[in-house]
Design a protein around this ligand. Structure first.
Ligand code: UDX
Length: 492
């Protein structure tokens, strides 16, 4: 029988001012959540079935690259507030609130999410839960999962309630996004569950006045996939515009700047290029589409298949540019690939457009050498068939064409004149619109990028300047304010 709201409330009230927290799963989401909750002053115990990962975390080592997380991990281990274990029994005994942070990857060969880690986590935890506690799902799940898990808990762990509290953190900004989120979403089935979540997040909401949306389970689950679908759609929208620009020799970066000045549209997630990747956006739009089919509303999300298609076509476009750059056939041609991670400030290569393009170039017969400042180890594991260099210069040396696929700052700071001396062919394909075309052209390079007209290394005097003087930024097209400031500076 399901615990009554009052029982849950009284069990938790005991620890309500500072509930003891546990985190199940210590990947990007779980490790960050555990560290940040300890940073907020909670006693936190985190568990994972991967004992090697637990040992590394307990020793103060984050098993992936996330700016700022190492320092916070070590600081919180030192206080004694943060601990790691492999025992679900210890976790069940210790915690008042248990956060489920396991992965929900795409099922191999299918579009749906793999929920086996989530169900395994509940199976491992539930038999040990002997007192009133709150289990809080943070993983991204198909709508309906929370209701099914609540039914499981009612049978397997009477006295325990479920809540759904999706996480919106971005890799590379995980600490910042966790400690200062844009909003908090509480999917709850009772007032006590909401009260407990409010007490857990009070250190954040008290400080920043963070908006809290209280919802039913289904709505809370949907917020996450709807948000990621919207972001993916926005990226594919501008990349679809890039395809149109290519047909008429227009410039998608200028188009994006102009669109971004309409505050209803905005410039964020309107950066064209090689498209989105990573452990979330691609698999989330596919799983959402698959779930909508199951629910009989597949027609409402057919556009997400197109969003996916546009995104994947951008990878082919980069290969097409590279093929053109080396004279029509990539077979036997040395090509340098700068970037392997799916975005800068991350070593994550899951569904990385950069690594996918490297593999496509390789499949077309090119001799591909990849360099990335952080993701080399992961890239080697994922694509052992490729050759890897330990610096951008090494990768570019002898290359007939160079393709920039991840916008690491290190790449925008490269000296094109220096690289021109070692490259065998001076064509740079800037798949992220992150370089200064004038600088590269002045150093003798042919600068190519998707959605922009090709121009020779030295533009004839009669060619009108196409771009505005607005500075290109790596993270997004300029904000309306930046554009106004740049225009004002030019006028002055
Ligand atoms: C995303 C969501 O932003 C986050 O809220 C959610 O919790 C998890 O998924 P993340 O995968 O870390 O976060 O990366 P994000 O910064 O969103 O970038 C996703 C991909 O889109 C990257 O490959 C990035 O290069 C690409 N992108 C982003 C673009 O191609 N253009 C843009 O304008 C923005």
């Amino acid at each position: 029988m399901r615990t009554s709201a009052s029982q849950l409330a009284s069990d938790i009230t005991r620890a309500a001012t500072r509930p003891r927290l546990t985190v199940v799963g210590t990947g990007y989401l779980g490790a960050t959540h555990a560290v940040c909750m300890a940073q907020l002053g909670f006693d936190v115990l985190a568990v994972d079935v991967d004992t090697a990962k637990i040992e590394r975390l307990a020793a103060g080592e984050v098993p992936f690259f996330e700016p700022g997380l190492d320092e916070l991990l070590r600081a919180n281990l030192a206080t004694g507030r943060l601990r790691f274990t492999s025992s679900f029994e210890d976790v069940a005994t210790f915690g008042d609130v248990h956060f489920l942070c396991v992965g929900t990857p795409q099922l191999p060969g299918r579009q749906n999410a793999d929920l086996s880690y989530l169900h395994a986590a509940v199976s491992a935890l539930a038999p040990h839960l002997r007192r009133g506690s709150l289990v809080v799902g943070k993983s991204t799940v198909p709508v309906g999962t929370a209701a099914a898990l609540a039914d499981r808990l009612a049978l397997e762990a009477p006295g325990v309630e479920l809540a759904w509290n999706p996480e919106f953190l971005r890799e590379g900004f995980a600490v910042e996004d966790t400690l200062r989120p844009d909003r908090l979403v509480f999917g709850v089935a009772s007032a006590p569950a909401e009260a407990i979540l409010r007490s857990v997040y009070a250190p954040i909401t008290d400080r920043y006045d963070t908006p809290v949306i209280v919802a039913d389970f289904a709505t809370a689950e949907l917020v996450k996939v709807a948000a990621n679908s919207f972001l993916a759609t926005k990226i594919s929208y501008i990349n679809a515009m890039a395809e149109v620009c290519e047909a008429v020799d227009a410039d998608v970066t200028t188009l994006a700047q102009a669109l971004s000045l309409d505050e209803r549209i905005g410039g964020k997630f309107l950066r064209p290029g090689v498209g989105f990747g990573g452990g979330c956006l691609p698999k989330d739009i596919r799983a959402f589409r698959a779930r909508a089919d199951e629910l009989g509303v597949g027609h409402s999300l057919t556009f997400l298949s197109e969003v996916d298609e546009i995104n994947l076509r951008r990878r082919d476009r980069i290969v097409q540019l590279a093929r053109g750059a080396v004279g029509g056939s990539l077979a036997g041609q040395p090509v340098a690939v700068l970037g392997a991670s799916f975005k800068p400030n991350s070593d994550d290569v899951r569904d990385s457009p950069a690594l996918a393009v490297a593999a496509l170039l390789d499949a077309a017969g090119a001799i591909v050498t990849v360099y990335d400042p952080m993701a080399l180890d992961n890239a080697r594991r994922a694509r052992p068939e490729l050759t890897y260099a330990t610096s951008a210069t090494e990768a570019v040396t002898g290359a007939k064409a160079t393709v920039l696929l991840t916008e690491w700052t290190e790449f925008s700071e490269l000296d094109p004149a220096e690289l021109a001396e070692t490259a065998a062919g001076r064509t740079i394909i800037d798949a992220r619109h992150t370089l200064d075309p004038a600088r590269w052209r002045a150093a003798g390079w042919t600068y190519l990028s998707p959605g922009r007209p090709a121009m020779p290394a030295t533009a004839p005097a009669s060619v009108p300047a196409r771009a505005t003087t607005v500075p290109a930024t790596a993270r997004s097209v300029p904000t309306p304010r930046q554009v106004r400031e740049a225009l004002a500076a030019r006028a002055a």
